[in-house]
Design a protein. Structure first.
Length: 146
């Protein structure tokens, strides 16, 4: 059975750190790495949903974020690493937990693009830590980002 590590990315600095940590761990464990990016249209009731780009454009932008993260970290085409990008619409915490079912490890950043600066954990990280069925590693932000 192949080992599997799941990491959530959202383009933030802490998610890039989480991705880097998860990729290194996947190489050490000879595990596949599922890189999860969850996108959602704005939930703000003041936004005219008719002004939003089509779903295909939102998904394409999400895929581009995953690809750019892999390129920026020098892991695109890395011979020792099998990467499975997972791009989907939904609630980040719920999708991460769903993808992490049966995984050996779930890796998240301490806080992503949302939330209040200075908090130790973001809402997605906290939800994953308290509800995941597998071990969870929370990669902290560097002190300058808190």
């Amino acid at each position: 059975m192949t080992s599997r590590i799941v990491v959530g990315v959202d383009g933030s600095g802490t998610s890039r750190l989480a991705f880097r940590w998860a990729a290194q761990e996947a190489v050490l464990r000879h595990a596949e790495l599922d890189v999860v990016f969850v996108w959602n249209p704005p939930e703000n009731h003041l936004v005219d949903l008719g002004d939003l780009p089509p779903q295909q454009e939102l998904e394409a932008a999400a895929r581009q974020t995953v690809e750019e993260t892999m390129q920026d970290e020098g892991l695109e085409g890395a011979p020792d690493l099998v990467v499975n990008p997972v791009v989907t619409q939904g609630s980040a915490a719920h999708v991460l937990l769903e993808v992490a079912e049966g995984a050996d490890l779930l890796v998240v950043g301490s806080r992503g693009l949302g939330g209040v600066r200075g908090m130790l954990l973001g809402s997605v990280s906290m939800h994953c830590v308290t509800h995941a069925e597998c071990p969870v590693t929370v990669v902290p932000a560097p002190p300058a980002e808190t």
